[in-house]
Design a protein around this ligand. Structure first.
Ligand SMILES: [Zn+2]
Ligand SMILES: [Zn+2]
Length: 118
């Protein structure tokens, strides 16, 4: 079922689909990651691509819950950051494609808000 997007701001970044799929840097067209469609409630991502371009994504939905800050680390399962509470796959960031990034992502299933900085 399609979700109703509330806030959507993409800077120097393209998504393969409306609110998920492969994530591309708009300057060099490299894919820098993959966003799972249905498992997150809110995403804030800011990154510096290896090409030097700084991009960002802000996405949430009409039915997103507020979530609770959480200090646990995301777990990596098959290259994908997953929620440690329920193993929901959330997002892949291709480490080798970005110089650095800062991310906040809310798991839809349990409402935990994870932070990750590289
Ligand atoms: Zn780039
Ligand atoms: Zn979760």
């Amino acid at each position: 079922m399609a979700r109703a997007v509330k806030d959507k701001e993409l800077v120097n970044t393209r998504l393969a689909s409306n609110y998920g799929g492969w994530v591309y840097c708009d300057s060099c067209n490299e894919n820098i990651g993959y966003l799972c469609y249905s498992t997150y409630d809110r995403l804030e991502l800011k990154y510096k691509c290896n090409c030097g371009s700084i991009g960002s994504i802000l996405l949430d939905f009409e039915d997103s819950k507020t979530g609770q800050d959480c200090s646990d680390e995301l777990v990596i399962i098959k290259n994908r950051f997953c929620c440690p509470n329920d193993n929901e796959p959330l997002i892949t960031i291709l480490d080798k494609k970005v110089a650095n990034y800062e991310m906040k992502i809310t798991c839809k299933s349990c409402g935990a808000i994870y932070k990750k900085v590289k």
